[in-house]
Design a protein around this ligand. Structure first.
Ligand SMILES: NC(=O)c1ccc[n+]([C@@H]2O[C@H](COP(=O)([O-])OP(=O)(O)OC[C@H]3O[C@@H](n4cnc5c(N)ncnc54)[C@H](O)[C@@H]3O)[C@@H](O)[C@H]2O)c1
Length: 362
């Protein structure tokens, strides 16, 4: 099939590039033979497990990646952990610290938004605003987060100021009010993660129009409204802030077998919106990046898989397509979220950080 695609470019650089790509795909097909028949699931659970077991543990990864570091010529000097950042006691790059930053996370009452909000606090942020549809849910999540973090013994009791706010990201007035309230409460805004988003699956031929409008209203317009309000405050306060829009690998690939064309298109729109805003707002020192998770095993998806045989089969089909052989856990997003929110990514803007176990690479 790939050879047919190469035919029209039989001469020149384009042909060579495509040939290189086809060789790469063929090579990866050899490594992952099940990709050739992605939906034959009988032996795939064992094969997926074998691949997942080969994924190096974090300690192995660090020793494997660091032996050839040749010195400090490309750095401004060591940025060692100094003992006052975050809840952990490991030496780490200071630029990853969120100490002194006011952060906002939308869709933060649960799911990935909640997890990424926690990660910011774990990395030193003491002032976090959780925005979600229902004020009580947001405040409940805020209270629970404080309890959880104080319970670890890593933060001084009373040092965290985490508050919940009501916000419907699909409504411009609601987003403007929520950001004004956050500003009034905390005085400034340094980093915003827009995680509010929904997914619904209907075949495209039957997709109800009211559901389409709702999905685009939250995923696409919501991303615009949240970015815009965040940027207005950052510009007014002369803060070189960071805005992170949660997109998805679905903005780069077409998921199979579930029909979700509008969701995928909405996430492609979020990615490009992020890049465009990054270019417009670079002059203000504001960075805009997108974070694209792959298949994440949340408690909701786990329940779906556990409760019915179709769910288990679907999980197996998805894992067949992931080079690392397993779905991600929400924890796998922590580092990416902190990287994009912190000064560690100070020269990254307009980029899309994909965290998908290699799904989009094949
Ligand atoms: N879970 C995954 O595997 C996965 C993969 C790729 C991308 N994503 C993206 O990550 C984001 C979070 O997904 P999740 O799995 O945590 O979902 P989730 O349903 O667990 O959480 C979403 C949160 O957003 C809130 N929300 C929904 N509509 C809102 C609105 N109009 N205004 C404000 N808040 C609203 C919900 O109340 C909820 O708290 C979404 O943008 C999703 O598309 C998720």
């Amino acid at each position: 099939m790939l050879r047919i695609a190469v035919q029209p470019f039989a001469k020149g650089v384009a042909a060579q590039t495509l040939l290189r790509q086809s060789t790469k795909v063929a090579a990866s097909s050899r490594v992952l033979p099940q990709l050739a028949a992605p939906f034959s699931t009988s032996s795939s659970v064992a094969e997926n497990k074998k691949r997942a077991d080969r994924v190096p543990h974090i300690d192995q990864k660090i020793t494997a990646e660091y032996p050839n570091m040749s010195g400090p010529q490309h750095t401004t000097g060591p940025e060692f952990y100094t003992g006052d950042e975050g809840v952990h006691g490991l030496r780490t790059l200071k630029s990853f610290s969120m100490v002194g930053k006011v952060c906002v996370v939308t869709g933060g009452a649960r799911g990935l938004g909640n997890l990424m909000g926690r990660a910011l606090v774990e990395s030193g942020c003491n002032q976090l605003a959780i925005l979600d549809l229902d004020k009580d849910d947001s405040q409940g999540a805020a209270d629970e987060m404080v309890k959880w973090l104080e319970g670890t013994g890593g933060v001084e009791p009373g040092s965290l100021d985490i508050r919940g706010f009501a916000c419907d990201v699909s409504r411009e007035d609601s987003v403007a009010k929520a950001f004004n309230d956050v500003k009034a409460a905390f005085g400034k805004i340094h980093a915003v993660i827009n995680s509010a988003g929904i997914v619904e699956n209907f075949p495209a031929l039957e997709y109800p129009t009211d559901r389409l409008l709702k999905l685009y209203g939250i995923n696409v317009f919501g991303s615009h409204f949240v970015s815009r309000e965040a940027a207005k405050h950052m510009i007014a306060d002369d803060i070189p802030g960071s805005i992170i829009l949660v997109a998805s690998m679905s903005g780069s690939i077409v998921n199979v077998p579930q029909p979700q064309a509008p969701y995928n298109a909405s996430k492609a729109a979020v990615k490009h919106l992020g890049a465009c805003l990054a270019v417009e707002w670079a002059q203000y020192g504001i960075r805009v990046n997108t974070l694209s998770p792959g298949y994440m095993l949340t408690s909701l998806t786990q329940q779906m898989f556990d409760r019915n045989a179709d769910g288990r089969e679907l999980k197996s089909k998805w894992e067949n397509l992931i080079p690392m052989g397993k779905m991600g856990t929400p924890d796998d997003l922590k580092g990416a979220a902190v990287f994009l929110a912190s000064d560690a990514s100070r020269y990254s803007t307009g980029s899309d950080l994909i965290v998908d176990g290699g799904y989009t690479a094949v």
